[in-house]
Design a binder for this molecule. Structure first.
Ligand SMILES: NC(=O)c1ccc[n+]([C@@H]2O[C@H](COP(=O)([O-])OP(=O)(O)OC[C@H]3O[C@@H](n4cnc5c(N)ncnc54)[C@H](OP(=O)(O)O)[C@@H]3O)[C@@H](O)[C@H]2O)c1
Length: 337
């Protein structure tokens, strides 16, 4: 299969973004060579949206693949995104991080840059979930805004086309929408049938922010540290399996077709050509009926897989405190008023 002109979603900026993208986090089990080879295969089968991040440690390898692809295809065909990691939460470091991503990815501009997490806790990649940064703090809006304003400067310089939030919440987005000169065009959030985040999803859509869904298959190969005995398995969820059987496809295809039909941009990962092809084709060609969508609403378990425990600060008791579940931001004075 080769999709020469993949269908697009129109962003609030007027730019187009492919309906489906390719993740590049190797879940600590696939190295840079495997992931960059997956990007090469992905481009070959038709993916044009690539979700990168400085912390994945593979942007230099992916850059070689992009350079190869751009020797044959126009830059405008692609939508390449990167993210600023938590160790770069100062204006200078955020700018340096994006400049490094641009160099590594061998690009003149990035289509989008996200602030990867809203917390400045400086834990290393692969840290265990009980690892704590003694200097970790709750969300600090002034500090976050400093990072955001530095990224706005990169948009002004033409180095970045869109800004995005990631792993954020409605209360934090409300503050950013109030204070940002350039508001977020995208929000990257965990989204799969067993974790639909309906309120945050609706808030994004209502504020012209395009949701990008990460771990769209329920991240079946995520690192051990991100696994909990109570976690659900989307690909085995009875509703997902039933709808897959009715369509004669793999449950993974239903997760992706559901994502596209609902309106988020899923960014599944795989290193396997068959899966890369099946995922893209299934996401774009499987037509779900209104009754399928209704049934899939019933797969919701409010089952967050990527909980973010490593961001907890001294005195915080539960990872739920990272997600503002009662509508307020811990430690953010005056938010409620
Ligand atoms: N912003 C953030 O904080 C954040 C967090 C997490 C992820 N992300 C992004 O989202 C991307 C995707 O998330 P993810 O990698 O966690 O999860 P995912 O895409 O839900 O799951 C990927 C895994 O699913 C399996 N798979 C893929 N296609 C399949 C198919 N057709 N049938 C059966 N199994 C299939 C593969 O496992 P095997 O390799 O074992 O075959 C693959 O490694 C990441 O790569 C990254 O770019 C962002």
């Amino acid at each position: 299969m080769h999709v020469t002109t993949p269908p697009h979603r129109l962003l609030s900026s007027g730019h187009a973004m492919p309906l489906v993208g390719l993740g590049t986090f190797g879940s600590d089990r696939y190295g840079s060579d495997d992931v960059s080879a997956a990007v090469r295969t992905g481009i070959d089968v038709g993916y044009r949206l690539i979700d990168c991040a400085s912390v994945y440690g593979n942007e230099a390898h992916i850059g070689l693949v992009l350079e190869e692809a751009l020797a044959k295809r126009s830059r405008e065909e692609f939508f390449v995104m990167s993210k600023v990691w938590n160790d770069a939460h100062s204006p200078q470091r955020a700018v340096a991080s994006v400049e490094r991503s641009l160099r590594d990815l061998r690009l003149d501009y990035l289509d989008a840059v996200f602030v990867h997490w809203p917390f400045p806790a400086a834990h290393p990649p692969k840290a265990e979930t009980d690892a704590r940064d003694p200097d970790a703090t709750p969300y600090d809006h002034a500090r976050y805004l400093g990072v955001w304003q530095a990224l706005e400067g990169l948009v002004d310089r033409g180095l970045v086309r869109h800004l995005g939030t990631s792993n954020t919440t409605i209360p934090k987005l409300e503050l950013l929408l109030r204070d940002a000169r350039i508001t977020p065009t995208l929000n990257e959030m965990e989204l799969h049938p067993c974790f639909q985040q309906p309120e945050l999803f609706r808030f994004c859509v209502d504020n012209s922010i395009q949701p990008v869904g990460y771990s769209p298959l329920g991240s079946p190969s995520r690192p051990e540290r991100d696994r909990d005995p109570e976690d659900v398995i989307d690909l085995e969820n009875p509703v997902v399996v039933e709808v897959a059987q009715a369509h004669g496809v793999h449950p993974a295809v239903i997760c992706l077709a559901w994502a596209v039909t609902r309106g988020q941009v899923p960014i599944p990962f795989s290193v396997k050509r068959e899966q890369l092809e099946a995922n893209l084709r299934g996401a774009l060609e499987t037509v779900l009926s209104a009754s399928d969508i209704d049934r899939l609403r019933g797969a919701e378990r409010n089952a967050r897989l990527i909980k973010g425990q490593v961001f907890l600060w001294q005195g915080a008791e539960s990872w739920l405190e990272l997600w503002d579940v009662d509508g307020t931001i811990p430690g953010h004075e005056g938010y409620a008023s």
